[in-house]
Design a protein around this ligand. Structure first.
Ligand code: NAP
Length: 518
């Protein structure tokens, strides 16, 4: 079975029919594949109104929905009147009609037969406005609605991200028994169900026309939806067979990693998408579980989760264990394995600039996660390392944990002297990144002509430290070289394919960097 690409359906709720037509035109203009007409929102909805709407809205496929209050809608008339109007919407040949699972098999069967005779598609939906039940119960609701119509849909009130995990698990379990079904978490806790649904084969993703007119909690508006997916080439290219990749961090701002990996996927013609998943501390575990349930193939982890993510994984390799940080998650057979490609990126950047590591004396400035990766990379390749950090205690802790007699710690005031003695100087602090007004992390006068100076900061590509080092005749290596290489190493681990480094570098340098995160 070939998975169909997901369609964007803009749900429209307006008080009168003319406004509904105007909104449908706007939705089409903004790129809606189809619109849902919430007929139940109209102040007056007669058979004549429905016929008139059908005549007017011939420029975009439409779903006619007339939802009762008990199912979260606005319709207040009697049930027989509602069913009669639904029948009329079918007679008018809207492309699709939405019917509620709760009306029962007999009535559903009758409406479905009528719809089939008019070439109208049926969406059978279930709504639980109170809670998100167990995974098994969600799966049953998805299967029942899928059996009763051409497309099943089930929406649950999701109070927390944990609720989303169950909805996504149920969508995965029912991929074959409820093909194309749409499983939604309503409310702020459910937004991941909307992002990840297309990767599980959901046929539709619902959006509002704008922030003010969304029709269900947690629903994105169409502009926000398009913005979020733009970096992955648009939501319209995603289907149930698209490989899911992403980055976990907080805040993610304008992370460059989606640009890097989506560019590589596009160049290699791969059916894959890489998205940012902004998750703060408490959200990390349920977000990762949701991604796992949705069939995650690979992910990056960035500040502040590189250490916190470790207990959530099925295992980590020895190098990540030594560094105490994971920046890459590789998924194999449903298991999540932690790796650290910062070391490969760091060492690769130095090597490609012709820097000899074996026997070199290196100065590492900083004692955070990036510094640990640099120290491990340097030690593994035969260099000796002096660590200097603003907070000396952290430098001592780093040296103590790595327990290697080739590491020493020096005081911050001795930075100049340590730099003068070093063959390699690496800045592993954010000092120097765009918007940073403090002094150069290493006194420029101490940078020798024979030293190689690397700045992990890559925005700007040429930092003040690198400019000063260049002036003094030192060899300089931009953090961008490390960034591209750590991304390449992660890409190869995930896909087993060669990473199109040159093309990705071009794409990166042409983009406007606005943060220094990855
Ligand atoms: P981290 O774990 O938060 O550590 C930050 C380090 O920088 C700490 O040692 C901190 O010192 C020090 N620091 C912070 N502000 C400072 C300042 N104003 N002056 C002097 N020292 C300061 O962060 P990280 O993950 O190690 O990342 C560090 C930098 O490397 C970031 O800019 C990050 O974007 C960059 N990075 C680049 C790459 C790449 O591929 N190029 C990869 C990873 C990281 P205290 O201990 O005193 O707080």
């Amino acid at each position: 079975m070939v998975d169909a690409m997901v369609l964007v359906c803009v749900s429209l709720a307006k008080a009168n029919a003319k406004e509904l037509v105007r909104a449908a035109r706007l939705a089409r203009k903004h790129g809606a594949d189809l619109v849902e007409l919430r007929l139940d929102r109209l102040e007056k909805c007669t058979a004549d109104d429905i016929s008139w709407l059908r005549k007017q809205i011939d420029f975009v496929p439409a779903i006619a929905t007339l939802r009762p209050k008990a199912e979260g809608g606005w319709y207040r008339g009697s049930e027989p009147a509602r069913l009669a109007l639904l029948g009329h919407a079918i007679e008018c040949a809207f492309e699709h009609v939405d019917m509620e699972l709760c009306i029962g098999q007999r009535k559903l069967g009758r409406l479905r037969a009528l719809a089939a005779s008019r070439g109208v598609g049926t969406i059978v939906s279930h709504h639980d406005l109170a809670r998100t039940p167990s995974t098994a119960l969600i799966a049953r609701k998805l299967e029942s609605s899928a059996r009763a119509g051409d497309l099943g849909k089930a929406a649950f009130s999701a109070r927390s991200l944990r609720d989303s995990v169950r909805i996504i698990e149920a969508a995965r379990i029912t991929r074959k028994t409820a093909p194309g079904a749409v499983a939604i978490g309503m409310g702020a806790g459910g937004s991941l169900t909307r992002t990840l649904g297309p990767f599980l084969g959901a046929t539709l993703v619902y959006a509002g026309l704008d922030e003010k007119s969304i029709t269900a909690g947690g629903q994105p508006d169409i502009s926000g939806l398009r913005r979020m997916w733009a970096v992955a080439g648009g939501i319209g290219r995603v289907s149930g067979s698209t490989g899911l990749f992403g980055i976990l961090g907080h805040p993610l701002g304008h992370s460059l990693s989606p640009l890097v990996h989506n560019t590589a996927f596009r160049l290699l013609g791969m059916d894959a998408a890489y998205l940012p998943f902004d998750a703060d501390g408490a959200a990390l575990a349920p977000t990762l579980e949701s991604l796992r349930a949705a069939g995650l193939r690979g992910a990056n982890v960035t500040i502040p989760h590189k250490t916190a993510v470790i207990p959530l994984l099925d295992g980590i390799d020895a190098q990540a264990g030594r560094i105490g940080a994971v920046n890459t998650i590789v998924c194999r057979g449903g298991k999540l394995w932690g790796r650290n490609t910062d070391v490969a990126g760091f060492v690769g950047a130095l090597r490609s600039a012709g820097v000899e590591l074996d026997g070199a004396r290196a100065l590492v400035v900083g004692a955070g996660g990036a510094a640990r990766a640099a120290v491990v990379g340097l030690l593994e390749n035969g260099a000796s390392v002096t660590v200097i950090n603003r907070t000396r205690r952290r430098a001592l802790a780093l040296a103590g944990q790595l327990g290697d007699d080739k590491i020493s710690v020096a005081a911050h005031r001795d930075m100049g002297e340590a730099a003068e003695r070093s063959d390699i100087v690496v800045n592993c602090t954010p000092a120097g990144m765009k918007g940073f007004s403090g002094p150069c992390p290493v006194p420029p006068g101490s940078l020798g002509r024979n030293a190689a100076v690397m700045d992990m900061v890559y925005n700007p590509v040429r930092t003040r430290l690198l400019a000063q080092a260049e002036k003094r005749g030192a060899r300089t290596i931009s953090g961008m070289e490390m960034f591209i290489r750590q991304a390449g190493a992660a890409f190869r681990l995930w896909t087993g394919r060669p990473f199109p480094e040159k093309a990705v570098r071009r794409a990166l340098l042409h983009s406007r960097f606005s943060t220094n995160q990855h």
